[in-house]
Design a protein around this ligand. Structure first.
Ligand SMILES: [Fe+2]
Length: 184
């Protein structure tokens, strides 16, 4: 499955523009990390980002998300490595984050959402957003309260990366979206 195929599927399953944008942001972050961690798997890493919440709008319960999406994607021939990462991004599935793709997907998912939220309250969006500002907002639990600070911290710990470097990489990836899409 190509990224364009995945986008077509995304548009079929997801009507909410903010959720579509979230998937593009996560795909961009995954692409940025693949460049340094797994260049040969870049397309797969981006697919995982683009499709991880495919079923969220139709099947938001913990019983169904992301199982329904994963079962559907399996019928479309999406690789098991990608499906595993998608399952593992939802901790309640009990699927271990035992691959680099799975750990990175978990580590960028909530943070990408948080960075977008930070951009929304700035006049120039994410254009001049810096890690220090993101860290400050993370401490303000009333801001973007739905974003799990624990998940962000766990993701960073599992990657073993510097906090600011991680935030910066994700900001850069989201900033680099062209026409709202991650570059394949
Ligand atoms: Fe997500």
């Amino acid at each position: 499955m190509t990224l364009d195929d995945a986008r077509a599927m995304l548009h079929e399953w997801v009507a909410n523009p903010a959720l579509r944008h979230h998937m593009e942001c996560v795909a961009a972050c995954m692409g940025a990390y693949a460049d340094v961690a797994a260049p040969a798997e870049r397309a797969s890493w981006m697919l995982a980002g683009l499709l991880h919440d495919l079923d969220w709008e139709r099947h938001p319960t913990a019983e169904e998300h992301p199982r329904v999406g994963v079962a559907f994607l399996r019928t479309k021939g999406v690789g098991e490595d990608v499906l595993h990462a998608i399952m593992a991004h939802a901790p309640y599935t009990g699927t271990p984050r035992d691959t680099a793709m799975a750990r990175h997907l978990f580590a960028v998912d909530e943070l990408a959402g948080f960075i977008v939220a930070c951009g929304k309250v700035r006049p120039d969006g994410v254009a001049t957003l810096e890690p220090a500002s993101v860290r400050k907002k993370l401490k303000n639990l009333a801001f973007a309260a739905a974003v799990s600070r624990d998940d962000i911290a766990t993701g960073i710990a599992e990657l073993g990366v510097d906090v600011d470097a991680h935030i910066q990489r994700c900001i850069d990836a989201i900033r680099g979206l062209r026409d709202g899409q991650a570059c394949g």
